[in-house]
Design a protein. Structure first.
Length: 425
């Protein structure tokens, strides 16, 4: 099987301009007059380039300029002729040397204009002169080819991210201000297209996420929970669970189809096994997956809904209370082996103090409960606050001089939830 000219050209260690020039001479495509014209033009171009990137008066700068101009011409010929020496030789014959050089410079400027990263934020680029300074010295064709392929893929991903985001009610400005990865937006849109149609219509708006808007974290958790429940209801599909894709390409521009297929495969291979894994709590599942997706900000009033959804034991014990007084009361109760409560009567508070002084306490019991049941996103801050509290608490709660418990009770009233005058535990 014959090899493509472009592949052969990439393995030729000589500059492509030199290879094409030699070929053109051998095939009588390039005349002596043309060679003379190149010999007259090249020094002028070298001086211009040396002046642009340094000084036209220094020999090392002139030597670098020689390398730059040959690289620029080689790049233009290689790209325009796709590695075909006949075509490249004719381009040399029909164009001035400086025109070919400017062609290579134009290709690098176009490469610079393409996005370096597939982010929807407004990319902050450096100076094009600095880019040309570096890239005009690169003499390996693969460097340009790889960068061009990657940046064109980035541009397509950005275009797809904006399109899918707008389909789900996000404006271009909002997406750019979020400075999110384009792939995360595409992945979110495809997750909705794959699974939201399976969710039965809910009686209330909050019972299931909307299928035609970008999800927030609460709705994301709801969607994952519905997918998990559906798969657990049909055990035979657990090991080979697959998502329907009938709506995956609906109205999607053709140029995005390969990207859609790739991201769909990633969701089914990487994310779906986690989603349907019964041992992974919903809270930890959301924590592990959310950075791969783009989610709208959660409104403050929705945080309680999220806690109730992903941390049922936490919600059951805290009864939805999130103030530090109630939580410290709960953690302190756990640390002395008392029933977990978010408020104490004065009688129960005195019993807690007495038990701490008689039997001690174990702050790790509360630590472990937080790690097991608190919403994952809150655990770090909860542990930090709890540790600060428990470092100070013994000074008051274990003070043997405070035989009437007055100082200890005052500390608990200031930092925990003690119901003044309440009877019972």
């Amino acid at each position: 099987m014959s090899e493509r000219p472009f592949d052969v050209a990439l393995r030729d260690n000589r500059p492509f301009f030199e290879s094409a020039l030699r070929h053109g001479i051998a095939q009588n495509l390039i005349t002596t007059e043309k060679l003379q014209a190149i010999a007259e033009e090249a020094p002028k171009g070298m001086v211009q380039i040396a002046k642009t990137f340094g000084s036209e008066y220094l020999r090392p700068e002139i030597e670098l300029a020689r390398k730059r101009i040959v690289n620029l011409v080689s790049l233009y010929l290689l790209q325009s002729a796709a590695g075909n020496l006949d075509v490249a030789a004719k381009l040399i014959r029909d164009n001035t040397f400086l025109t070919l050089s400017r062609g290579g410079s134009g290709l690098l400027k176009a490469l610079f204009a393409l996005p370096e990263y597939a982010m929807l934020g407004r990319e902050e680029k450096g100076r094009v002169e600095d880019f040309l300074d570096v890239w005009s010295l690169k003499d390996k064709p693969n460097d340009y080819q790889n960068a061009l392929q990657q940046r064109e893929a980035n541009a397509l991903e950005i275009e797809a991210g904006l399109w899918f985001g707008q389909q789900l009610g996000m404006s271009k400005t909002a997406l750019q201000e979020a400075d999110v990865e384009a792939a995360a937006v595409v992945r979110s849109a495809l997750l909705i297209r794959l699974f939201a149609p399976q969710i039965p219509k809910a009686k209330t708006a909050k019972a299931a996420p909307a299928a035609l808007r970008m999800l927030n974290q609460v709705e994301f958790a709801q969607l994952l929970s519905h997918v998990r429940d559906a798969n657990q209801a049909t055990p035979k599909t657990k090991k080979t669970a697959k998502a329907p894709s009938t709506a995956l390409f609906d109205h999607v521009p053709t140029e995005f189809h390969p990207l859609v297929e790739r991201v769909q495969a990633e969701i089914l291979k990487q994310d779906l096994p986690k989603i349907i894994h019964p041992a992974l709590s919903l809270d930890k599942l959301v924590f592990e997956l959310k950075d791969r997706y783009f989610l709208r900000d959660v409104e403050l009033e929705d945080t309680a809904d999220y806690d109730a959804l992903v941390a049922k034991e936490w919600t059951k014990i805290t009864k939805g209370k999130t103030d530090v007084d109630s939580l410290f009361t709960l953690f302190l109760s756990l640390s002395v082996g008392m029933p977990a409560k978010t408020s104490l009567s004065e009688k129960s508070a005195k019993s807690l103090i007495k038990k701490m002084r008689d039997q001690g306490f174990d702050a790790n019991l509360a630590d472990q409960w937080i790690k097991n049941f608190a919403p994952h996103e809150k655990q770090e801050s909860l542990l930090e606050d709890w540790h600060e509290f428990i470092a100070e608490a013994p000074n008051y709660l274990l003070d043997d001089w405070d035989t009437s418990y007055s100082g200890a009770l005052r500390f608990l009233r200031e930092n925990c939830h003690v119901e003044a005058g309440a009877k019972g535990a």
